[in-house]
Design a protein around this ligand. Structure first.
Ligand code: 6GU
Length: 239
């Protein structure tokens, strides 16, 4: 049975392009996943369907009311039993590839998207996890929820096509990707490295690991700080 992804948001239309494009669209059409965005306003009371209110204690901005969030989460939990509730907030745990790998093993995810200055603290207790996508502030959790779902969905078995293409990625190995080339063999005087045209797959693998290590050292030395090296990597670094 498919994995189920749902987002709870006051702007569900933000997800339209996400569900209907590229690999996510293919995952839905192939029956690997289902995806939907649910309007938080549907769980609000009164003619105006208000989802926010002034903060107790004063201050600027608005706070998301707890009742619509609680009702919306309960509704989605009844539809998707066992799916973790993930609250998107800049105060959350930093998202990473290893968290994406963990989340791809769940039955699905209920993504709760905050807006304004944040959510009433009493609605956050429903969260199994609070996630942030980095140390900067977005106007809402929607884009962050799409980032997390995108990273998770592409790891679902069957979605990427080649079963192992997601496992063999550099990031899960703690390095950035090797350099890529395609035709033409010479572009504006710049040649494709000869080893890639050699047909020697051992030499190609070794060259790729070398460029991956070099690029990580030059562009993201922080990734190497508390990482140990395999025998193969050490033999390349000795050269
Ligand atoms: Cl999850 N939400 C918002 N509003 N801003 C963010 C974020 C989330 N992650 C990074 N910045």
């Amino acid at each position: 049975s498919p994995f189920h992804y749902a987002a709870l948001s006051i702007f569900p239309e933000m997800f339209d392009g996400f569900w209907s494009t590229g690999m996510v669209r293919r995952a839905i059409m192939g029956g690997f996943i289902t995806g939907k965005a649910v309007d938080l306003r549907a769980f609000a009371e009164g003619v105006h369907k208000v989802t926010d209110d002034k903060p107790y204690g004063g201050g600027c901005g608005m706070v998301m009311k707890p009742e619509p969030l609680m009702k919306g989460i309960a509704h989605l939990q009844s539809e998707m039993p066992g799916a973790p509730v993930i609250v998107m907030t800049p105060q959350g745990q930093p998202f990473s590839q290893s968290l994406a790998e963990d989340l791809a093993r769940e039955k699905g995810m209920i993504m709760v998207c905050g807006r304004y200055e944040g959510m009433d603290e009493r609605a956050c207790i429903k969260a199994d996890m609070e996630l942030s996508i980095g140390d900067y502030v977005l106007t809402g959790g929607e884009l962050a929820a799409m980032v997390v779902m995108d990273a998770v969905i592409r790891l679902i078995p069957g979605v990427l096509g080649g079963e192992d293409s997601a496992e063999k990625e550099s990031f899960s190995e703690g390095l950035i990707e090797y350099a890529h080339y395609t035709r033409p063999p010479v572009y504006e005087g710049m040649e494709v490295p000869a080893v890639l045209l050699s047909g020697n797959h051992r030499a190609i693998d070794s060259w790729r690991l070398e460029t991956s290590l070099k690029r990580t050292f030059l562009k993201r030395p922080d990734l190497l700080e508390d990482r140990s090296f395999s025998r193969e990597e050490r033999s390349i670094l000795q050269k």
